[in-house]
Design a protein. Structure first.
Length: 482
């Protein structure tokens, strides 16, 4: 696909002249989620209100995303699939695509361009090199360690952004707004703290400038987007008539809540349905604890029980009951949010999880648990206890994660532990009985202190984990809902 010429009338096309709009955004983390979310909102904004807001997409390590998009002039097919059917849309918001490893000069030029007013980011939780204990950088994270030694050759997010902000100041150019779109609570505040700490270590003269002069609005993003498969590419060709190596498929639902703090301007993302709020935190908590928390629970339990996809989990009557229990328990930990019915939101999530068209793999969701569990599961435990709520759902999810760490094959085929702390976690779990594994993880730096000190919670986790290590997960599930 190099143009939209000759496409069927059923395919929605960009209704603006792409070359009439300059670039205003650099996006770091050029993956499926960005192509299904921020790029789509920007495409809608360009259609309705125009502006120089096209995107230069950057992948930090893999050249595959840029190699897919470059021959297609940045065009790609977005396929939305839900109960109402399948719809194809060509997205034109991406002006160029680069990989930092292979196109460093182009990436640096884009970051320093006077026209660049926003740098948005989706690199997943593990990509930042964040220390949960300090809120600053983790010096042992490979990218952080490398970039602290050679800050002018930065490979990671923190190092690259600090370098770019410093270069812009030297050139007399205003700093860009930094827009985190990953599942971190108060992600704007967290990212500011990360960059300030990195600067203090690598470029001390920039620390106050970043803290004072750079905007870091927080966001909440939501759209279930599995990794593309060969079936995705085949469907895109069937729907458009073009072979599209960058095609992706996603659900019809999408949500973006943004703190409206953009000193140098922003696209009219409202055109795509974005909501601007003075405080994003309540929306973040709702999504992290309900959607993401339930996702993690069902992924660990479902994978061990032999369910490949989320839709398979939801087709299991017992497991779908546990999903409903988790959603209810998570909702009970939340403060009321005006205009939001948590029960209705839970029902909507269950419907989305059931989407038969999305092949969202449980093993994919199960990766990087040490980065995800703190905000998805652990954050809810103190609130559940304070409200005399039921902590069992969160203990069950935690036990299922620890069972995953054990790499036990007593009830499933061998698998690889995919986590940035995989080596440490394997050492904690190797040959350990349930109480010892619980104690090892409980003492880990990424477990919040107030949760680590909750003896009743961990006693329940140990009891549930003992069941999961000695019985098939299918039997554990049946006993849990009995």
């Amino acid at each position: 696909m190099t143009s939209t010429e000759g496409m069927p009338d059923t395919v929605r096309l960009p209704d603006y002249q792409r070359d009439d709009h300059g670039v205003g955004i650099v996006h770091i983390g050029l993956g499926a989620f960005h192509k299904a979310h921020q790029a789509v909102y920007t495409d809608s904004a360009l259609s309705q209100t125009g502006g120089d807001w096209r995107i230069i997409g950057v992948s930090l390590r893999s050249a595959a995303p840029s190699e897919e998009l470059q021959p297609q002039n940045g065009l790609y097919t977005l396929i939305e699939r839900d109960a109402s059917g399948s719809r194809a849309r060509v997205i034109g918001a991406i002006a160029a695509a680069y990989c930092l490893k292979t196109d460093r000069e182009a990436v640096e030029a884009a970051l320093l361009a006077a026209e660049t007013r926003i740098v948005s980011i989706t690199v997943t939780e593990k990509g930042y090199g964040l220390s949960r204990a300090t809120g600053g950088v983790d010096p042992t994270h490979p990218a952080i360690a490398q970039d602290l030694k050679r800050p002018s050759e930065a490979q990671g997010v923190a190092g690259l952004l600090v370098w770019a902000i410093g270069q812009r100041r030297a050139l007399g150019r205003a700093p860009f707004t930094v827009l985190c779109c990953d599942n971190l609570p108060e992600n704007g505040r967290v990212l500011r703290g990360l960059l300030v700490d990195f600067a203090r270590r690598a470029a001390p003269d920039l620390a106050d400038h970043i803290a004072r002069d750079v905007a870091f609005p927080s966001t909440m993003v939501d759209r279930i987007t599995p990794a593309a498969t060969q079936d995705t590419l085949d469907l895109a060709e069937h729907m458009t008539g073009y072979r599209d190596k960058a095609a992706i498929e996603t659900e019809g639902f999408h949500q973006w809540v943004i703190e409206d703090h953009f000193p140098t301007g922003r696209p009219k993302w409202e055109a795509g349905g974005a909501v601007f709020a003075s405080d994003v935190r309540p929306y973040e908590n709702m999504k992290l604890r309900m959607l993401n928390g339930a996702h993690s629970m069902l992924a660990y339990v479902g994978f061990a029980a032999g369910h490949q996809y989320v839709r398979d989990v939801m087709a299991d009557p017992d497991l779908s009951q546990l999903v409903a229990r988790h959603l209810s328990a998570a909702a009970a930990t939340l403060a009321p949010l005006p205009g939001v019915d948590f029960g209705a939101y839970a029902n909507q999530l269950a419907e989305r999880f059931c989407n038969p068209h999305l092949a969202h793999a449980t093993f994919q969701i199960a990766m990087d648990g040490s980065e995800k569990m703190p905000q998805r599961i652990f954050s809810a435990v103190p609130d559940a206890g304070a409200n005399a709520g039921d902590i069992r759902a969160f203990a069950f999810a935690t036990a299922a994660w620890l069972r995953h760490l054990s790499l036990s094959t007593h009830d499933c085929a061998p698998y690889e532990l995919r986590d940035p702390r995989a080596a440490d976690l394997r050492a904690m779990a190797q040959g350990q009985h349930a109480p010892d594994l619980v104690q090892a993880v409980r003492a880990a730096s990424f477990v919040p202190r107030d949760v680590a000190q909750d003896a009743a919670f961990w006693d329940l986790v140990a009891t549930l984990l003992q069941e999961m290590l000695t019985r098939p997960m299918a039997e554990v599930i049946s006993r849990e809902v009995a």
